[in-house]
Each structure stands twice: as structure tokens, then as C-alpha cells.
Design a protein around this ligand. Structure first.
Ligand SMILES: Nc1ncnc2c1ncn2[C@@H]1O[C@H](COP(=O)(O)OP(=O)(O)OP(=O)(O)O)[C@@H](O)[C@H]1O
Ligand SMILES: [Mg+2]
Length: 271
């Protein structure tokens, strides 16, 4: 499904690099990375970098473990050029740097390397012509605040924090906001909060609405208006190696992610 989306303002730094981060597991980071990347690719050139050793973003875009080859580990640890690591996906205009099988070791190996928090930033800066060909780079982070996530926060312009709409939603969110603050002070002063995204919202459950109000009360306009509903099609799509918009374009999940893409672009024009 293609979406008519407004072009980003030309005077903006290109590409815009957005990290999907939350140390809490299973909140919708990867789902949002895949589906937001897909929607943005409807009108822009997009790169998704899978920084999670679980490799769910790679699998979800149809690149199975066995055929992954070199990816983000080679980029971060071995210093392999980005150009050699780009892979096409089933989505036109969306490229992927997959998680290679060695990525699980990266948290430990990075510790010993020079500029260990800046490896990704340096790797992206190493080929300015290639990177300038992309409008958006999305970074899918693992559920921890270790060196992989830190590399993403140092390389990014902004962070998008998915938050599962459940009772303990706000618990633990201070960890990621404090980390963003720390990265701003020490490593990346310009790092912005792209927004908080409420995910897995259940309309039939009053608690979901209460939690949503709570989160909006706390983060105000930093919370995206778009809310991602709990939708079975969203969870089925990755096993087919497809984003939800290609799996079932008419599903509420696909429509919600289309709305999110439009909102991200709208907000960027206002900023
Ligand atoms: N809106 C939704 N409706 C239904 N299922 C969803 C939705 N969003 C995500 N899921 C499912 O919930 C699980 C966790 O989502 P996802 O993998 O995106 O979270 P994550 O934050 O990347 O997890 P991890 O921290 O392990 O990387 C997955 O099985 C996914 O398919
Ligand atoms: Mg994930």
C-alpha cells in the first residue's frame, strides 16, 4: 500500500536518524521500527539498522537468520563499510542492515574499543554521499541500555520511545528519559525526544484509557496523538516476513501505522 505523504522540508539535515529505544522488552520497538520505516518509505528513501542481537527486525522483513550474513556487528565492530552491508527488503525504498549472528558479542567487545559509544555515528559519517541518499534512518535497539543502545542514541537526532499501554507503563520510563538526558550532557547535546508512542492499546479495556491519560498527563504533547491498537494482524505479519501494511493493508494496525507516519512527518515540518 502506498501513502501520499508530504516531503520533508529541504533545509533539514538529511537523513533524519531516529532511534527506537526503551530498555523494557516487548513494548513494540521492533514492530514500530518495521512499520514506521515502511510507511515513510512510501515517499522517502529509508534505511533500517537492526541493532538487536535477537534480530527481530531482520526476520520481520523476511531476512531469516541463516541468510543474514554481515550486518550491524560488521559495521560497528569490524568497521566494514555501510555500502557492503545494505540489503533490499520486500518494501521498495527500504533498505536494511541486518543483525548478524555475532551481534550478541558486541556489547562485550565494544567495551574494549576506542570511542566505543561513537562507533555507529562514525560508521554512518564515513560515507556521507551514501548516507545523504537516505531521508530517514531508523535504529531498532535491544531491550537494554547497554552499548548498542548507547551507540544508537549517540548517532541519532531523536529517540522514539514506544510504551505499552498497560498498568506499569510509566514505571521504568524514567530510566530511558534519564539515559537520554545523560547522553545529551555527555555525548550528543542535540538529541531530541521524537515522541512517546502508546502501543498495544486495548479499546475494550478501561485500564488502557486510564494509562493513556496518565502518560499524556506526564509527557504532555510529547505523546503522539496516534495510538497503536492491539491488533492480531500486527503480530502475525512478521512470521510472513512482511510489514503489516503489505500483509493486511486494511487492518486497524496498518492504518494506525500509516497515521503515525503522517504524524511524524507533520511534526517534523512544525519543528
Ligand atoms: N499493536 C500490537 N498488537 C498486537 N501485537 C503486537 C503489537 N505490537 C507488538 N506486538 C507483538 O508483541 C511482541 C513484542 O513486540 P516487539 O517485538 O515489537 O517489541 P520490542 O520492544 O521490539 O521487543 P524486544 O524488547 O524484545 O526487542 C511481538 O510478538 C509483536 O508481534
Ligand atoms: Mg525488538
Amino acid at each position: 500500500m502506498r501513502f501520499a505523504l508530504p516531503a520533508p522540508p529541504p533545509d533539514r539535515a538529511k537523513p533524519r536518524i531516529i532511534a527506537l529505544a526503551n530498555q523494557k522488552g516487548g513494548v513494540g520497538k521492533t514492530t514500530t521500527a518495521i512499520n514506521l520505516a515502511t510507511v515513510l518509505a512510501g515517499g522517502h528513501k529509508v534505511l533500517l539498522i537492526d541493532l538487536d542481537p535477537q534480530g527481530n527486525a531482520s526476520t520481520g522483513l523476511g531476512i531469516d537468520r541463516a541468510e543474514r550474513g554481515a550486518g550491524s556487528y560488521a559495521l560497528l565492530v569490524d568497521g566494514r563499510p555501510l555500502e557492503e552491508l545494505l540489503r533490499p527488503t520486500p518494501v521498495p525504498n527500504l533498505h536494511l542492515v541486518p543483525a548478524d549472528s555475532d551481534l550478541a558479542g558486541a556489547e562485550v567487545e565494544l567495551v574494549a574499543l576506542e570511542d566505543r559509544e561513537r562507533r555507529l555515528r562514525a560508521a554512518l559519517a564515513a560515507d556521507p554521499a551514501l548516507i545523504a541518499g537516505f531521508d530517514y534512518v531508523l535504529l531498532d535497539c535491544p531491550p537494554s541500555l547497554g552499548l548498542l543502545t548507547l551507540n544508537a542514541l549517540v548517532a541519532a537526532h531523536s529517540v522514539l520511545v514506544p510504551l505499552q499501554t498497560e498498568f506499569f507503563a510509566l514505571e521504568g520510563v524514567s530510566q530511558i528519559t534519564q539515559t537520554i538526558e545523560r547522553v545529551r550532557r555527555a555525548l550528543n547535546p542535540a538529541l531530541a525526544l521524537e515522541g512517546i508512542l502508546l502501543t498495544m492499546y486495548d479499546r475494550r479495556n478501561n485500564l488502557s484509557e486510564l494509562v493513556a491519560q496518565d502518560v499524556r498527563g506526564f509527557f504532555k504533547d510529547k505523546v503522539f496523538e496516534t495510538v497503536i491498537p492491539r491488533n492480531i494482524r500486527i503480530s502475525e505479519a512478521p512470521s510472513h516476513g512482511l510489514p503489516v501494511s503489505l500483509y493486511d493493508a486494511r487492518s486497524p494496525g496498518a492504518q494506525a501505522y500509516a497515521a503515525l507516519g503522517a504524524e511524524v512527518l507533520r511534526r517534523q515540518q512544525r519543528a
